[in-house]
Design a protein around this ligand. Structure first.
Ligand SMILES: C[S@@+](CC[C@H](N)C(=O)[O-])C[C@H]1O[C@@H](n2cnc3c(N)ncnc32)[C@H](O)[C@@H]1O
Length: 230
């Protein structure tokens, strides 16, 4: 019964995407897939080695795109890491422009894994880190990532607090040429005092040895950067 429900939702997503293609809604748009395609091309040209780390998985749309690009670019060496609570957003707190709510985007881990399986993504190709970042981005997770580097980081966790936790965590894995994508950078009508945009400026203010070179804007709200260590 659960399997049928999952299949139905996947079919609905597939149908929605087909409609976008058919009525040309995505024509001339730099989409999330386009962004990841550029990021993989960039790391190929610049010989940037490392893994793909995604923070905020929901039902695996962008994770699936990354998997597609990993194969297109024959990055056998690249592991796909996915970080999520699998319970949706944490407490979103009181906020002037709060458009989110606790539990939004909930998708359980078994459901997520079964979506990946239905898309032909084998479990040996990815690693999942389950839990709210405040608890899960800990020493045990660092041990799992020991010796690894991040070629591409995809941040899609919407909230300021979550993004602060993610940026603090990824810092040691960034190398010259790592691409970092923020899916909701221009949210809140691009208010620099909210969301992912504020998290990044706070991070850069305290991290003197790192800078983010603006790279590409994409989708309606996304922006990517190239990391440089100084
Ligand atoms: C917008 S959805 C991600 C969309 C996804 N990338 C896609 O392609 O459809 C946001 C995700 O971030 C996760 N998330 C946000 N803050 C989190 C936190 N502090 N800890 C763990 N997961 C978090 C939520 O569980 C949710 O799955």
């Amino acid at each position: 019964m659960i399997k049928n429900a999952v299949k139905k939702i996947i079919d609905m997503e597939w149908f929605a995407r087909m409609m976008e293609v058919l009525d040309h809604r995505s024509d001339n748009r730099m989409t999330e897939l386009g962004m990841l395609s550029q990021a993989f091309e960039f790391i190929k040209i610049n010989e940037v080695c490392g893994d793909y780390l995604e923070f905020g998985l929901w039902r695996g749309k962008t994770f699936g795109y990354a998997h597609r690009m990993k194969h297109r670019y024959r990055r056998q060496d690249m592991k796909l890491w996915g970080f999520d609570s699998f319970q949706g957003l944490p407490d979103t707190g009181a906020h002037p422009d709060n458009i989110w709510y606790k539990g939004q985007f909930a998708c359980s881990r078994p459901e997520f894994e079964s979506i990946l399986k239905s898309r032909g993504i084998r479990s040996c190709e990815y690693e999942l880190v389950e839990g709210f970042y405040r608890e899960s981005l800990n020493d045990a997770t660092r041990r799992r990532l020991a010796g690894r580097k991040a070629a591409i980081v995809y941040i899609d966790c919407d909230l300021y607090d979550s993004t602060v936790e993610v940026l603090d965590f990824i810092q040691p894995y960034l190398v010259n040429g790592s691409i970092v994508c923020f899916d909701d950078f221009y949210n809140y009508k691009a208010d620099p005092e909210q969301g992912e945009q504020k998290a990044l400026s706070d991070f850069l203010r305290k991290e003197s040895g790192i800078c983010f070179i603006p790279y590409m804007a994409y989708a309606p709200l996304g922006k990517s950067f190239i990391c440089r260590r100084t």
